[in-house]
Design a protein around this ligand. Structure first.
Ligand code: SAM
Length: 312
């Protein structure tokens, strides 16, 4: 279904919890609201979105693998008519335990957030000494034949030196490694000097050559992709700060408390809870149609909630 600006909105990001087992420097540490949707609510709301043309769903959070019913959630969403692609974003700490069951339940891909391959730096950035578990989780996901991406946020003075090591992951394994510009969701994010812009990565790793972007289907992406000779995976840049991609944005968000947030960069939400089936469908349609034209991180972002609350 198209929004008011003619964009086809077909991608729903569902936050299933605000809770997280890490405390990342840039994510914000708002204490979580615990009014989480039940598995049945998630399924009911996603069905309404599917009726409005959503065909791709990403499960996120907080940390989605903290939900004890995560396999039930994945399994029910994978059976919804119209949902053709179901993927999940995780910090990977519990991925080893769940990878095979997630695949069996109908998940096709996982994005794993890894900001550093240096154990000490990882601990400083995330507050926990979990890098070995995360890497074991990535290995297990590969064995389970889940498509894999690694996402990293580079922060000046913290982990910008990790870019090369992270890029190496894409050399020998079929893993896409993507660098996301730091967004202003925490005190760290509001310090502009700490943002490592996408172009800086390109200047430093000049062997990266652009891949023609796909404009349709599941591969339509806010990331710009690059390849390098002999690499099995690609390198992606997601540049919400230096180069807004709102004209190509095809996504909408369902927060863990049952509210729809049409744009990451705007605080406006609409509540889906307590609605009849008919009202639910109309509300979802209205939320899609009224998606804002774009985000403005450089003004008025003071009230935007921490990323663990929005769902990354
Ligand atoms: N717990 C899961 C994880 O770690 O991937 C999912 C939630 S997390 C909020 C999703 C993504 O948001 C992570 O890749 C994280 O790096 C990213 N993120 C959080 N805060 C950010 C910020 N201020 N700027 C850019 N990316 C951010």
């Amino acid at each position: 279904m198209k929004d008011n600006f003619g964009r086809e909105i077909n991608y729903l990001r569902v936050s299933v919890t605000q809770r997280c087992n890490l405390n990342c420097l840039y994510c914000g540490s708002d204490s979580p609201d615990l009014a989480e949707m039940t598995a049945d609510e998630i399924s009911r709301y996603v069905k309404a979105f599917a009726q409005c043309g959503i065909n791709k769903v990403r499960i996120t959070g907080g940390e989605p693998l903290l939900r004890s019913d995560i396999i039930e959630i994945v399994s029910s969403l994978s059976k919804i008519q119209g949902i053709e692609k179901l993927v999940l974003t995780t910090n990977g700490v519990y991925l080893k335990k769940y990878a095979c069951a997630l695949k069996a339940a109908g998940l096709s891909a996982v994005n794993v957030s890894v900001d550093s391959l240096d154990r000490g730096k990882y601990k400083r950035l995330t507050g926990r000494d979990c890098l070995p578990q995360v890497m074991e989780g990535i290995d297990e996901a590969e064995r389970a034949k889940l498509r894999l991406r690694v996402n990293a946020v580079l922060i000046r003075g913290q982990n910008e030196d990790q870019a090369g090591a992270l890029i190496e992951l894409a050399k020998n394994r079929r893993i896409d490694v993507r660098f996301i510009e730091l967004m202003p969701f925490s005190d760290t994010g509001k310090n502009e000097n700490m943002i490592v812009k996408g172009n800086e990565v390109l200047e430093k790793f000049s062997f990266l050559k652009p891949v023609q972007p796909k404009k349709t289907g599941f591969e339509q992406s806010v990331a710009r992709y690059y390849e390098a000779e002999g690499f099995k995976g690609r390198i992606g840049l997601i540049t919400p700060v230096s180069d807004k991609f709102c004209d190509n944005c095809n996504r909408i968000r369902l927060l863990s408390d049952g509210k729809v947030r049409p744009c990451l960069g705007h605080d406006d939400v609409v509540d889906l809870r307590g609605r009849s089936d008919e009202d639910l469908l109309e509300t979802v349609k209205e939320a899609i149609i009224s998606k804002p034209k774009g985000h403005e991180f450089n003004c008025g972002y003071g009230n935007i909630r921490a990323m663990n609350k929005i769902g990354g």
